[in-house]
Design a protein around this ligand. Structure first.
Ligand code: GDP
Length: 454
C-alpha cells in the first residue's frame, strides 16, 4: 500500500487561503482525526466531490476554521482518495494544519509526488505531467496556452500519431519477413518511404517548437545598443512601463548595465540598457563601451537603436557593421521628428527594422512582431502542443535519428530486417517520450523538478 502523503499546495507566504492536500488510502481517515464538521458528518462518510465546513483541531487545540473537500479514488488528481483542507492563508496556520495532518498518520509529500502518483496511476502521461509544472511557471499567454494544450494531451496525440504510422510500417515489415509464403502483400518501397518521410517531417516540426517554447518560458537576453542620445533609456522605459534608467540629453549618461525583465508580446525579454558604443577618451566610459560590445556579441537579441532625426554618424556605422548576422532589430527611433537618416541604408544592413517613437510608444507593436519573427515564436501555434523539456527534446531527436537511419537504409537497399530494427528504435524513443516505456530513474528525475505540493 502506498503511504498517505500530505503537503501545503498553496505558496509559502501570506494569502487569503491556504490549501493542504492529503492523498492516499488513509487520506480521509487522517482528515477525520483532525476535522470536526459543523454537521457532525465524518470525512470518511462524505461522497466524492462534496465539501464540509468545520474546525481543525490537534490534541484538543482548535487551530482554524476550514472547509474539507473530498475526492474519492479514482476520481481525483492523483487517482487516490484525496482530502483538501482549505483554511486561512498564512505561513503559521497552513504549517500548523500540515503538522496536525502529519501527526495523524500522513507522511510529508516529496516534490511533485502528487503528480507522480497521478502518472503512476494512469491519470496522465509523462508529457502531460511535465506540462503541469509549465502551467504553474508560465509567465505569458502563449506559454500558458502551450502548457495547457500539452496537459490536454495535444503533444501526446502528435507523438502517438507518428508512432501509429511507424507501428503499422514495422508490423507490416515483420509480418512479411516472418511469413513470406503467406498472402501478405509485398512491401511497396515507395509506400514505406512515404510513411517514413511523413514521420520525419512531423518530428522535425515538433523539434522546431522546442526553441520557440524555451524562449517563451525562459526569455531571451536582450541588449539595447546604440550611440549616446539615440533614445536607449527611453526605449527601455517604454518597454518596462516605468521610469527605470536616467534619461537626460547629455550624451553618455547611462553608464551602467541595467537589467530588467519585461514582456514584449509573448516573449519575456531580459533587457540590459548599456552604455553607448562610441569612441571615447574617458577611461570610465570606455570600460562601459567595452562591456557594451562584449554583451552585444553574446546577446540572444539586440535592439540597435538609431536616431531618425539625425544623419548616421561614425558610431552608427560602426554598430551596423557589428550587427552582421546577429539576431538584431534596427530600432529607428524618434519617428515623431522629421526624418534625416538613411533608413534604406540601415535596412540594407539589418534584415529586421522598425520605425518607432520611444517617446510616444508608436511602433512598439511592430517591434514585438519583429522580435517574434527573430526568436521563432510568431509561427508557433501553441495550442498544437510543443516540446517543453530537454528530456522530451532528446527523445524526439533520437526518434528522428532512427527514422532518418531507416530512410537511408531503404535508399541503400539494406535488408528489411535492418530497417525494422531502426523503426523499432524510433518507436521506443517515442514510448519513452510519452512515458509508456520509461525507466524509474527518468520518472524520478522528471518529478524532482517539481515543487512540493504539486
Ligand atoms: P540614450 O542616451 O540613448 O539612453 O538616450 P535617452 O533615452 O536618454 O534619450 C536622449 C534624448 O532623446 C532625451 O531627451 C529623450 O527625451 C529624447 N528621445 C528619446 N526618444 C525619443 C523619441 O522617440 N522622440 C523624441 N522626440 N525624443 C526622444
Amino acid at each position: 500500500m502506498e503511504k498517505t502523503i500530505a503537503a501545503i499546495s498553496t505558496p509559502n507566504g501570506q494569502g487569503g487561503m491556504g490549501v493542504i492536500r492529503i492523498s492516499g488510502e488513509g487520506a480521509l481517515e487522517t482528515a477525520d482525526k483532525i476535522f470536526r464538521s459543523v454537521s457532525g458528518k465524518k470525512v470518511s462518510e462524505m461522497k466524492g466531490y462534496t465539501a464540509s465546513f468545520g474546525q481543525i483541531t490537534d490534541s484538543g487545540e482548535v487551530i482554524d476554521d476550514a472547509v474539507v473537500l473530498v475526492f474519492r479514488a479514482p476520481h481525483s488528481y492523483t487517482g487516490e482518495d484525496v482530502a483538501e483542507i482549505s483554511c486561512h492563508g498564512g505561513m503559521y496556520i497552513t504549517k500548523r494544519v500540515l503538522r496536525a495532518v502529519l501527526n495523524n498518520g500522513a507522511s510529508p509529500a516529496h516534490a511533485g509526488e502528487f503528480t507522480k502518483r497521478a502518472f503512476l496511476n494512469g491519470k496522465m502521461g509523462l508529457t502531460e505531467a511535465e506540462s503541469v509544472m509549465d502551467i504553474i511557471s508560465a509567465g505569458g499567454k502563449q506559454s500558458a496556452r502551450a502548457a495547457l494544450s500539452s496537459l490536454k494531451g495535444r503533444l501526446h496525440d502528435r507523438i502517438d500519431n507518428v508512432r501509429e504510422v511507424l507501428l503499422s510500417l514495422a508490423a507490416h515489415l515483420s509480418a512479411w519477413a516472418d511469413y513470406p509464403e503467406d498472402e501478405i502483400p509485398e512491401i511497396d518501397n515507395e509506400e514505406l518511404m512515404t510513411g517514413l518521410t511523413k514521420c520525419k517531417n512531423e518530428l522535425n516540426e515538433l523539434l522546431k517548437t522546442y526553441d520557440a517554447g524555451k524562449v517563451m518560458r525562459e526569455g531571451v537576453d536582450t541588449v539595447i545598443a546604440g550611440r549616446p542620445n539615440v533614445g536607449k533609456s527611453t526605449l527601455m522605459n517604454l518597454l518596462s512601463g516605468c521610469e527605470r534608467s536616467i534619461v537626460t540629453n547629455i550624451p553618455g549618461t547611462t553608464r551602467d548595465i541595467i537589467e530588467e525583465t519585461v514582456m514584449l508580446g509573448d516573449v519575456p525579454l531580459r533587457l540590459s540598457d548599456t552604455a553607448g558604443i562610441h569612441s571615447t577618451d574617458d577611461p570610465v566610459e570606455s570600460i562601459g563601451v567595452q562591456r557594451a560590445k562584449d554583451r552585444l556579441l553574446s546577446a540572444g537579441l539586440i535592439f540597435a537603436v538609431f536616431d531618425a532625426s539625425m544623419p548616421l554618424s561614425e558610431d552608427d556605422l560602426e554598430l551596423l557593421e557589428l550587427l552582421k548576422n546577429a539576431p538584431a532589430v534596427a530600432v529607428i527611433n524618434k519617428s515623431d521628428l522629421e526624418s534625416k537618416t538613411d533608413i534604406d541604408f540601415i535596412r540594407s544592413k539589418v534584415s529586421h527594422s522598425v520605425l518607432i517613437s520611444a517617446k510616444t510608444g508608436e511602433g512598439a507593436d511592430a517591434l514585438a512582431a519583429e522580435v517574434g519573427e527573430i526568436v521563432g515564436t510568431s509561427g508557433l501555434d501553441a495550442s498544437q502542443g510543443i516540446l517543453a523539456t530537454e528530456r522530451q527534446y532528446s527523445d524526439a531527436a533520437s526518434a528522428l535519428r532512427s527514422v532518418e537511419e531507416a530512410i537511408d537504409a531503404l535508399n541503400m537497399g539494406i535488408t528489411y530486417d535492418a530497417v525494422t530494427v531502426v523503426i523499432e528504435d524510433a518507436i521506443n524513443s517515442l514510448l519513452e517520450l510519452t512515458g509508456e516505456r520509461v525507466t524509474e530513474a527518468v520518472v524520478d528525475k522528471v518529478f524532482s523538478h517539481f515543487c512540493v505540493g504539486k
